[in-house]
Design a protein around this ligand. Structure first.
Ligand SMILES: Cc1ncc(COP(=O)(O)O)c(C=O)c1O
Length: 458
Protein backbone atom coordinates (compact mmCIF):
# COMPACT_ATOMS: atom_id res chain seq x y z
CA UNK A 1 0.00 0.00 0.00
CA UNK A 2 2.18 2.81 -1.18
CA UNK A 3 1.45 6.30 0.01
CA UNK A 4 0.88 6.19 3.72
CA UNK A 5 3.46 5.03 6.27
CA UNK A 6 1.88 4.18 9.61
CA UNK A 7 3.80 5.15 12.74
CA UNK A 8 5.50 2.29 14.59
CA UNK A 9 5.84 4.36 17.76
CA UNK A 10 3.43 3.25 20.49
CA UNK A 11 0.73 5.91 20.93
CA UNK A 12 -1.23 6.24 24.15
CA UNK A 13 -4.85 5.46 23.20
CA UNK A 14 -8.04 5.23 25.26
CA UNK A 15 -8.62 1.80 26.84
CA UNK A 16 -11.40 -0.27 25.32
CA UNK A 17 -13.14 -3.28 26.85
CA UNK A 18 -16.29 -4.65 25.26
CA UNK A 19 -17.52 -8.16 24.54
CA UNK A 20 -15.65 -8.15 21.22
CA UNK A 21 -12.79 -5.68 21.64
CA UNK A 22 -9.92 -5.19 24.06
CA UNK A 23 -7.36 -2.41 23.75
CA UNK A 24 -5.29 -2.32 26.90
CA UNK A 25 -1.88 -1.03 25.76
CA UNK A 26 -0.51 1.78 23.65
CA UNK A 27 -0.99 1.02 19.94
CA UNK A 28 1.09 -0.20 18.16
CA UNK A 29 2.21 -2.36 21.09
CA UNK A 30 5.77 -2.29 22.39
CA UNK A 31 7.91 -4.60 20.29
CA UNK A 32 6.09 -3.94 17.00
CA UNK A 33 8.91 -1.75 15.67
CA UNK A 34 11.47 -4.47 16.47
CA UNK A 35 9.57 -7.10 14.50
CA UNK A 36 9.16 -4.70 11.58
CA UNK A 37 12.90 -3.93 11.72
CA UNK A 38 13.73 -7.66 11.60
CA UNK A 39 11.45 -8.12 8.60
CA UNK A 40 12.84 -5.01 6.92
CA UNK A 41 16.27 -6.61 7.01
CA UNK A 42 15.36 -9.93 5.46
CA UNK A 43 12.18 -9.43 3.46
CA UNK A 44 11.61 -7.42 0.33
CA UNK A 45 9.92 -4.16 1.13
CA UNK A 46 7.12 -4.81 -1.34
CA UNK A 47 5.49 -6.95 1.35
CA UNK A 48 5.18 -4.01 3.73
CA UNK A 49 2.78 -1.08 4.12
CA UNK A 50 -0.02 -2.66 6.12
CA UNK A 51 -1.28 -1.38 9.46
CA UNK A 52 1.30 -1.88 12.25
CA UNK A 53 -0.32 -4.80 14.00
CA UNK A 54 1.53 -8.01 14.81
CA UNK A 55 -0.95 -10.86 14.77
CA UNK A 56 -0.51 -13.56 17.38
CA UNK A 57 -3.67 -15.57 16.71
CA UNK A 58 -7.02 -15.19 15.01
CA UNK A 59 -10.24 -17.00 15.86
CA UNK A 60 -13.55 -16.66 14.04
CA UNK A 61 -13.98 -12.88 13.62
CA UNK A 62 -11.38 -11.84 16.22
CA UNK A 63 -7.69 -11.05 15.86
CA UNK A 64 -5.40 -11.02 18.93
CA UNK A 65 -1.89 -9.73 19.56
CA UNK A 66 0.69 -10.83 22.13
CA UNK A 67 -0.32 -8.06 24.53
CA UNK A 68 -3.88 -9.36 24.87
CA UNK A 69 -5.48 -6.76 22.61
CA UNK A 70 -8.40 -8.01 20.55
CA UNK A 71 -9.83 -6.64 17.32
CA UNK A 72 -13.09 -7.19 15.50
CA UNK A 73 -11.80 -8.25 12.11
CA UNK A 74 -13.34 -6.62 9.04
CA UNK A 75 -10.58 -7.96 6.77
CA UNK A 76 -10.74 -11.78 6.88
CA UNK A 77 -6.95 -11.28 6.37
CA UNK A 78 -7.73 -10.20 2.82
CA UNK A 79 -11.10 -11.91 2.18
CA UNK A 80 -9.68 -15.33 2.98
CA UNK A 81 -11.32 -16.31 6.28
CA UNK A 82 -14.86 -16.55 4.89
CA UNK A 83 -15.68 -19.43 7.26
CA UNK A 84 -13.98 -17.65 10.16
CA UNK A 85 -10.34 -17.63 11.23
CA UNK A 86 -8.96 -20.96 12.42
CA UNK A 87 -12.25 -22.65 11.65
CA UNK A 88 -12.51 -25.87 13.68
CA UNK A 89 -13.77 -28.01 10.77
CA UNK A 90 -10.91 -26.79 8.56
CA UNK A 91 -8.37 -27.32 11.36
CA UNK A 92 -9.66 -30.86 12.02
CA UNK A 93 -9.47 -31.72 8.32
CA UNK A 94 -5.88 -30.48 8.10
CA UNK A 95 -4.99 -32.33 11.31
CA UNK A 96 -6.50 -35.57 10.02
CA UNK A 97 -4.32 -35.30 6.90
CA UNK A 98 -1.24 -34.64 9.02
CA UNK A 99 -2.09 -37.59 11.27
CA UNK A 100 -2.55 -39.97 8.32
CA UNK A 101 0.20 -38.78 7.44
CA UNK A 102 -0.01 -37.42 3.88
CA UNK A 103 1.51 -34.01 3.37
CA UNK A 104 2.10 -34.09 -0.34
CA UNK A 105 1.83 -36.53 -3.21
CA UNK A 106 2.38 -34.35 -6.32
CA UNK A 107 0.07 -35.43 -9.16
CA UNK A 108 -0.37 -38.97 -7.84
CA UNK A 109 -3.99 -39.65 -7.03
CA UNK A 110 -5.43 -39.54 -3.54
CA UNK A 111 -9.01 -39.97 -2.40
CA UNK A 112 -9.36 -36.54 -0.76
CA UNK A 113 -8.51 -34.89 -4.05
CA UNK A 114 -11.28 -36.83 -5.83
CA UNK A 115 -13.76 -36.07 -3.06
CA UNK A 116 -12.90 -32.38 -3.03
CA UNK A 117 -13.09 -31.90 -6.79
CA UNK A 118 -16.45 -33.68 -6.95
CA UNK A 119 -17.77 -31.46 -4.19
CA UNK A 120 -16.31 -28.31 -5.78
CA UNK A 121 -17.96 -29.05 -9.11
CA UNK A 122 -21.28 -29.75 -7.40
CA UNK A 123 -20.94 -26.48 -5.45
CA UNK A 124 -20.18 -24.51 -8.62
CA UNK A 125 -23.13 -26.10 -10.44
CA UNK A 126 -23.92 -25.90 -14.17
CA UNK A 127 -22.25 -25.27 -16.58
CA UNK A 128 -19.08 -26.14 -14.66
CA UNK A 129 -17.75 -29.66 -15.09
CA UNK A 130 -14.04 -29.65 -14.28
CA UNK A 131 -11.53 -27.79 -12.17
CA UNK A 132 -7.78 -27.37 -11.99
CA UNK A 133 -6.30 -26.55 -8.59
CA UNK A 134 -3.39 -24.23 -7.88
CA UNK A 135 -1.95 -22.34 -4.95
CA UNK A 136 -2.10 -18.59 -5.70
CA UNK A 137 -4.85 -16.51 -7.24
CA UNK A 138 -2.51 -15.09 -9.84
CA UNK A 139 -1.75 -18.61 -11.11
CA UNK A 140 -5.46 -19.17 -11.56
CA UNK A 141 -5.99 -15.99 -13.59
CA UNK A 142 -2.91 -16.90 -15.70
CA UNK A 143 -4.44 -20.34 -16.32
CA UNK A 144 -7.67 -18.69 -17.45
CA UNK A 145 -5.71 -16.53 -19.87
CA UNK A 146 -4.01 -19.64 -21.26
CA UNK A 147 -7.29 -21.57 -21.61
CA UNK A 148 -9.03 -18.68 -23.37
CA UNK A 149 -6.18 -18.39 -25.83
CA UNK A 150 -5.99 -22.13 -26.45
CA UNK A 151 -9.72 -22.08 -27.11
CA UNK A 152 -9.27 -19.19 -29.54
CA UNK A 153 -6.51 -21.07 -31.37
CA UNK A 154 -8.69 -24.15 -31.61
CA UNK A 155 -11.50 -22.10 -33.08
CA UNK A 156 -9.39 -20.49 -35.74
CA UNK A 157 -9.18 -16.97 -34.31
CA UNK A 158 -6.71 -14.81 -36.25
CA UNK A 159 -5.54 -13.04 -33.09
CA UNK A 160 -5.80 -14.12 -29.47
CA UNK A 161 -7.27 -10.94 -28.01
CA UNK A 162 -8.48 -10.74 -24.44
CA UNK A 163 -10.72 -7.86 -23.41
CA UNK A 164 -10.31 -6.72 -19.81
CA UNK A 165 -11.70 -3.82 -17.85
CA UNK A 166 -9.80 -0.68 -16.87
CA UNK A 167 -8.70 -0.64 -13.21
CA UNK A 168 -9.61 -4.27 -12.66
CA UNK A 169 -6.85 -6.33 -11.09
CA UNK A 170 -5.88 -9.97 -11.55
CA UNK A 171 -2.59 -10.62 -9.75
CA UNK A 172 1.14 -10.03 -9.93
CA UNK A 173 2.54 -12.55 -12.39
CA UNK A 174 3.18 -11.59 -15.99
CA UNK A 175 -0.10 -12.45 -17.71
CA UNK A 176 -2.16 -11.36 -14.72
CA UNK A 177 -0.40 -7.99 -14.74
CA UNK A 178 -1.04 -7.64 -18.45
CA UNK A 179 -4.75 -8.19 -17.84
CA UNK A 180 -4.71 -5.73 -14.95
CA UNK A 181 -4.82 -2.25 -16.37
CA UNK A 182 -2.40 -0.48 -14.05
CA UNK A 183 0.33 0.59 -16.47
CA UNK A 184 2.74 1.53 -13.68
CA UNK A 185 2.55 -1.94 -12.19
CA UNK A 186 3.44 -3.60 -15.47
CA UNK A 187 6.16 -1.22 -16.59
CA UNK A 188 8.73 -3.81 -15.42
CA UNK A 189 7.61 -6.18 -18.20
CA UNK A 190 9.17 -3.91 -20.77
CA UNK A 191 6.56 -4.44 -23.46
CA UNK A 192 2.79 -4.53 -23.68
CA UNK A 193 0.80 -7.45 -25.01
CA UNK A 194 -0.78 -6.10 -28.18
CA UNK A 195 -3.66 -8.56 -27.82
CA UNK A 196 -4.78 -7.55 -24.35
CA UNK A 197 -7.25 -4.69 -24.55
CA UNK A 198 -8.99 -2.66 -21.87
CA UNK A 199 -12.38 -0.99 -21.99
CA UNK A 200 -13.62 1.52 -19.39
CA UNK A 201 -15.30 0.42 -16.15
CA UNK A 202 -18.90 1.64 -15.74
CA UNK A 203 -18.46 3.43 -12.42
CA UNK A 204 -21.73 4.86 -11.12
CA UNK A 205 -20.13 8.31 -11.19
CA UNK A 206 -19.23 8.15 -14.88
CA UNK A 207 -22.41 6.61 -16.28
CA UNK A 208 -24.13 9.97 -16.30
CA UNK A 209 -27.57 8.65 -17.17
CA UNK A 210 -26.34 6.13 -19.74
CA UNK A 211 -27.29 2.50 -19.42
CA UNK A 212 -24.58 -0.05 -18.75
CA UNK A 213 -25.18 -1.46 -22.21
CA UNK A 214 -24.71 1.92 -23.92
CA UNK A 215 -21.51 2.46 -21.95
CA UNK A 216 -20.24 -0.96 -23.01
CA UNK A 217 -21.03 -0.24 -26.67
CA UNK A 218 -18.88 2.88 -26.45
CA UNK A 219 -16.01 0.78 -25.12
CA UNK A 220 -16.45 -1.62 -28.01
CA UNK A 221 -16.56 1.26 -30.49
CA UNK A 222 -13.10 2.34 -29.27
CA UNK A 223 -11.78 -1.15 -29.93
CA UNK A 224 -13.38 -1.19 -33.37
CA UNK A 225 -11.72 2.16 -34.11
CA UNK A 226 -8.37 0.45 -33.42
CA UNK A 227 -9.22 -2.16 -36.03
CA UNK A 228 -10.11 -4.96 -33.62
CA UNK A 229 -12.65 -7.33 -35.12
CA UNK A 230 -14.57 -9.22 -32.44
CA UNK A 231 -15.18 -12.25 -34.60
CA UNK A 232 -11.56 -12.87 -35.58
CA UNK A 233 -9.39 -10.99 -33.07
CA UNK A 234 -10.87 -11.71 -29.65
CA UNK A 235 -11.06 -15.01 -27.78
CA UNK A 236 -11.95 -13.97 -24.24
CA UNK A 237 -13.41 -11.43 -21.83
CA UNK A 238 -11.92 -11.33 -18.34
CA UNK A 239 -13.89 -9.54 -15.62
CA UNK A 240 -13.24 -9.13 -11.93
CA UNK A 241 -16.64 -9.98 -10.41
CA UNK A 242 -16.59 -6.55 -8.80
CA UNK A 243 -13.80 -4.02 -8.94
CA UNK A 244 -11.67 -4.75 -5.89
CA UNK A 245 -10.45 -1.47 -4.42
CA UNK A 246 -13.94 -0.01 -4.11
CA UNK A 247 -16.17 -3.13 -4.14
CA UNK A 248 -17.71 -1.59 -7.27
CA UNK A 249 -20.24 -3.86 -8.97
CA UNK A 250 -21.17 -3.42 -12.64
CA UNK A 251 -24.66 -2.50 -13.82
CA UNK A 252 -26.33 -5.78 -14.72
CA UNK A 253 -26.99 -4.73 -18.32
CA UNK A 254 -23.27 -4.00 -18.84
CA UNK A 255 -22.36 -7.61 -18.03
CA UNK A 256 -25.33 -9.00 -19.91
CA UNK A 257 -24.28 -7.04 -22.99
CA UNK A 258 -20.81 -8.62 -22.70
CA UNK A 259 -22.36 -12.08 -22.51
CA UNK A 260 -24.42 -11.35 -25.63
CA UNK A 261 -21.29 -10.35 -27.56
CA UNK A 262 -19.49 -13.46 -26.31
CA UNK A 263 -22.29 -15.69 -27.64
CA UNK A 264 -22.42 -13.81 -30.93
CA UNK A 265 -18.69 -13.97 -31.70
CA UNK A 266 -17.55 -17.24 -30.10
CA UNK A 267 -15.72 -15.48 -27.27
CA UNK A 268 -15.25 -17.02 -23.81
CA UNK A 269 -16.51 -15.21 -20.74
CA UNK A 270 -14.38 -15.53 -17.60
CA UNK A 271 -14.77 -14.06 -14.13
CA UNK A 272 -12.01 -13.48 -11.61
CA UNK A 273 -13.84 -14.56 -8.44
CA UNK A 274 -10.84 -14.19 -6.16
CA UNK A 275 -12.52 -11.79 -3.76
CA UNK A 276 -16.13 -12.55 -4.60
CA UNK A 277 -16.14 -16.34 -4.49
CA UNK A 278 -17.27 -18.74 -1.79
CA UNK A 279 -20.15 -16.74 -0.42
CA UNK A 280 -18.49 -13.38 0.11
CA UNK A 281 -21.14 -11.40 -1.77
CA UNK A 282 -24.13 -13.38 -0.44
CA UNK A 283 -24.05 -15.75 -3.42
CA UNK A 284 -21.77 -18.72 -4.06
CA UNK A 285 -19.98 -16.71 -6.76
CA UNK A 286 -20.16 -13.02 -7.56
CA UNK A 287 -21.08 -13.46 -11.23
CA UNK A 288 -24.50 -14.66 -10.08
CA UNK A 289 -25.44 -11.03 -9.37
CA UNK A 290 -25.57 -10.40 -13.10
CA UNK A 291 -27.74 -13.24 -14.41
CA UNK A 292 -25.05 -14.49 -16.80
CA UNK A 293 -23.30 -17.83 -17.28
CA UNK A 294 -19.53 -17.68 -17.63
CA UNK A 295 -17.39 -20.34 -19.28
CA UNK A 296 -14.57 -20.10 -16.75
CA UNK A 297 -14.02 -18.78 -13.26
CA UNK A 298 -10.76 -18.21 -11.41
CA UNK A 299 -10.93 -18.41 -7.64
CA UNK A 300 -8.75 -18.50 -4.53
CA UNK A 301 -8.63 -16.62 -1.22
CA UNK A 302 -11.70 -17.90 0.71
CA UNK A 303 -11.58 -21.20 -1.18
CA UNK A 304 -8.99 -22.69 1.19
CA UNK A 305 -10.12 -21.20 4.49
CA UNK A 306 -6.58 -19.95 5.17
CA UNK A 307 -4.38 -22.41 3.26
CA UNK A 308 -2.95 -21.58 -0.20
CA UNK A 309 -5.60 -22.95 -2.53
CA UNK A 310 -6.77 -21.47 -5.82
CA UNK A 311 -8.25 -22.87 -8.96
CA UNK A 312 -9.97 -22.57 -12.28
CA UNK A 313 -13.41 -24.04 -12.76
CA UNK A 314 -14.91 -24.37 -16.20
CA UNK A 315 -16.72 -26.29 -18.86
CA UNK A 316 -15.06 -29.67 -19.48
CA UNK A 317 -14.36 -28.98 -23.15
CA UNK A 318 -12.27 -25.93 -22.23
CA UNK A 319 -10.60 -27.41 -19.14
CA UNK A 320 -9.39 -30.37 -21.23
CA UNK A 321 -7.71 -28.24 -23.91
CA UNK A 322 -4.17 -28.65 -22.48
CA UNK A 323 -2.63 -32.07 -23.08
CA UNK A 324 -1.55 -34.32 -20.20
CA UNK A 325 1.13 -32.50 -18.22
CA UNK A 326 0.63 -29.18 -20.00
CA UNK A 327 -1.32 -27.59 -17.15
CA UNK A 328 -0.01 -28.85 -13.84
CA UNK A 329 1.84 -27.65 -10.79
CA UNK A 330 3.92 -29.29 -8.04
CA UNK A 331 1.48 -28.38 -5.30
CA UNK A 332 -1.67 -28.63 -7.39
CA UNK A 333 -4.35 -30.56 -5.48
CA UNK A 334 -2.07 -31.12 -2.50
CA UNK A 335 -3.94 -33.41 -0.03
CA UNK A 336 -3.70 -30.89 2.81
CA UNK A 337 -5.29 -28.06 0.85
CA UNK A 338 -7.92 -30.35 -0.66
CA UNK A 339 -8.92 -31.43 2.86
CA UNK A 340 -9.15 -27.77 3.89
CA UNK A 341 -11.11 -26.82 0.78
CA UNK A 342 -13.57 -29.63 1.36
CA UNK A 343 -14.09 -28.51 4.95
CA UNK A 344 -14.73 -24.94 3.71
CA UNK A 345 -17.52 -26.16 1.41
CA UNK A 346 -19.03 -28.32 4.16
CA UNK A 347 -18.91 -25.41 6.56
CA UNK A 348 -20.51 -22.99 4.08
CA UNK A 349 -23.34 -25.47 3.53
CA UNK A 350 -23.93 -26.83 7.01
CA UNK A 351 -24.09 -23.36 8.56
CA UNK A 352 -25.96 -21.70 5.67
CA UNK A 353 -23.20 -19.13 5.59
CA UNK A 354 -24.02 -17.91 2.09
CA UNK A 355 -27.65 -17.06 2.79
CA UNK A 356 -26.50 -15.64 6.13
CA UNK A 357 -24.06 -13.42 4.22
CA UNK A 358 -26.95 -12.20 2.10
CA UNK A 359 -29.09 -11.49 5.16
CA UNK A 360 -26.30 -9.80 7.11
CA UNK A 361 -25.36 -7.86 4.01
CA UNK A 362 -28.62 -5.94 4.35
CA UNK A 363 -27.90 -5.16 8.00
CA UNK A 364 -24.40 -4.08 6.90
CA UNK A 365 -25.70 -1.82 4.13
CA UNK A 366 -28.34 -0.17 6.34
CA UNK A 367 -25.75 0.62 9.01
CA UNK A 368 -23.28 2.00 6.45
CA UNK A 369 -25.94 4.12 4.76
CA UNK A 370 -26.81 5.55 8.17
CA UNK A 371 -23.13 6.47 8.52
CA UNK A 372 -23.23 8.17 5.15
CA UNK A 373 -26.22 10.25 6.26
CA UNK A 374 -24.22 11.27 9.33
CA UNK A 375 -21.16 12.34 7.31
CA UNK A 376 -22.54 13.25 3.87
CA UNK A 377 -19.67 15.65 3.17
CA UNK A 378 -17.01 12.94 3.81
CA UNK A 379 -18.51 9.66 2.62
CA UNK A 380 -18.97 9.93 -1.11
CA UNK A 381 -19.99 6.33 -1.84
CA UNK A 382 -21.01 3.17 -0.04
CA UNK A 383 -20.52 0.27 -2.45
CA UNK A 384 -20.75 -3.48 -2.15
CA UNK A 385 -22.99 -6.45 -1.53
CA UNK A 386 -23.28 -9.21 1.06
CA UNK A 387 -20.23 -9.25 3.28
CA UNK A 388 -18.06 -6.97 1.19
CA UNK A 389 -18.43 -3.21 1.31
CA UNK A 390 -16.27 -0.20 0.63
CA UNK A 391 -16.56 3.30 1.98
CA UNK A 392 -15.15 5.95 -0.36
CA UNK A 393 -14.01 9.17 1.27
CA UNK A 394 -13.77 12.61 -0.27
CA UNK A 395 -12.52 16.00 0.82
CA UNK A 396 -15.49 18.11 1.97
CA UNK A 397 -14.08 21.26 0.35
CA UNK A 398 -12.90 19.99 -3.01
CA UNK A 399 -15.11 16.92 -3.30
CA UNK A 400 -12.02 15.05 -4.52
CA UNK A 401 -10.90 11.60 -3.34
CA UNK A 402 -9.21 11.88 0.05
CA UNK A 403 -6.68 9.08 0.55
CA UNK A 404 -4.94 10.79 3.48
CA UNK A 405 -8.18 11.07 5.47
CA UNK A 406 -8.97 7.44 4.62
CA UNK A 407 -5.63 6.21 5.97
CA UNK A 408 -6.18 8.12 9.20
CA UNK A 409 -9.61 6.55 9.62
CA UNK A 410 -8.12 3.07 9.07
CA UNK A 411 -5.44 3.79 11.69
CA UNK A 412 -7.96 5.19 14.17
CA UNK A 413 -10.16 2.14 13.77
CA UNK A 414 -7.16 -0.04 14.60
CA UNK A 415 -6.48 2.03 17.72
CA UNK A 416 -10.08 1.42 18.78
CA UNK A 417 -10.13 -2.33 18.17
CA UNK A 418 -11.50 -2.68 14.64
CA UNK A 419 -9.39 -3.85 11.74
CA UNK A 420 -10.37 -2.62 8.26
CA UNK A 421 -8.69 -3.13 4.87
CA UNK A 422 -6.44 -0.19 4.07
CA UNK A 423 -6.40 -0.05 0.27
CA UNK A 424 -3.93 2.81 -0.06
CA UNK A 425 -6.60 4.68 -2.03
CA UNK A 426 -9.64 6.71 -0.98
CA UNK A 427 -11.44 3.57 0.19
CA UNK A 428 -11.52 1.36 3.20
CA UNK A 429 -12.85 -2.08 2.55
CA UNK A 430 -14.91 -4.05 4.98
CA UNK A 431 -15.04 -7.81 4.58
CA UNK A 432 -15.52 -9.63 7.88
CA UNK A 433 -15.71 -13.41 8.08
CA UNK A 434 -19.20 -14.51 7.03
CA UNK A 435 -19.52 -15.96 10.52
CA UNK A 436 -19.50 -12.56 12.27
CA UNK A 437 -22.47 -11.98 14.57
CA UNK A 438 -24.86 -9.10 13.90
CA UNK A 439 -23.83 -7.65 17.25
CA UNK A 440 -20.10 -7.58 16.42
CA UNK A 441 -20.84 -6.31 12.89
CA UNK A 442 -22.83 -3.36 14.24
CA UNK A 443 -20.27 -2.67 16.96
CA UNK A 444 -17.55 -2.54 14.33
CA UNK A 445 -19.51 -0.11 12.17
CA UNK A 446 -20.21 2.09 15.19
CA UNK A 447 -16.45 2.24 15.81
CA UNK A 448 -15.86 3.26 12.19
CA UNK A 449 -18.38 6.07 12.79
CA UNK A 450 -16.53 7.19 15.95
CA UNK A 451 -13.23 7.10 14.06
CA UNK A 452 -14.56 9.23 11.20
CA UNK A 453 -15.96 11.77 13.66
CA UNK A 454 -12.68 12.02 15.58
CA UNK A 455 -10.43 12.29 12.53
CA UNK A 456 -12.76 14.86 10.93
CA UNK A 457 -12.66 16.96 14.11
CA UNK A 458 -8.83 17.10 14.21
C1 LIG B 1 -9.37 -9.91 -7.96
C2 LIG B 1 -8.05 -10.56 -7.67
N1 LIG B 1 -7.48 -11.32 -8.60
C3 LIG B 1 -6.32 -11.94 -8.38
C4 LIG B 1 -5.64 -11.79 -7.19
C5 LIG B 1 -4.33 -12.46 -6.98
O1 LIG B 1 -4.42 -13.45 -6.00
P1 LIG B 1 -3.11 -13.90 -5.23
O2 LIG B 1 -2.65 -12.75 -4.40
O3 LIG B 1 -3.55 -15.07 -4.40
O4 LIG B 1 -2.10 -14.28 -6.26
C6 LIG B 1 -6.21 -11.01 -6.18
C7 LIG B 1 -5.50 -10.80 -4.90
O5 LIG B 1 -5.68 -9.86 -4.19
C8 LIG B 1 -7.45 -10.36 -6.42
O6 LIG B 1 -8.03 -9.59 -5.51
Amino acid sequence: MAGHIFSLTPQPVPRVKTKHRVIQTPIPVEGTAEIFARLDKVESRSMHGQLPLVWERAMDFSVYDIAGNRWIDFTSTIFVANVGHSNARVADAIQATLDRPLYSCYAYANPTRAQYLEKLIAFAGAPFEKAFLLSAGTEATEAVLKLMRMHGQNHGKRRLGIICIENNWHGRTLGAQMMSSNLGQRAWIGYQDADIHHIPFPYPWVLDGQSGEEFFQQGLAKLAAKGIDLSTDVCGFMLESFQGWGAVFYPTDFVQAIEKICCQYGILLAFDEMQAGFGRTGKSFGYKHYGVTPDLIACGKGMGGGVPLSGVIGRGEIMDLPQVGNMSSTHSANPLVCAAGLAVLEELESRNLISEAERKGKVFRDALEALQKRFPERLSWILGNGMIYAILFSDPETGLADGAFTSKVAERCMQKGVLVVHTGRESIKLGPPLTITDEALLEGIAVIGESIAEVAAE
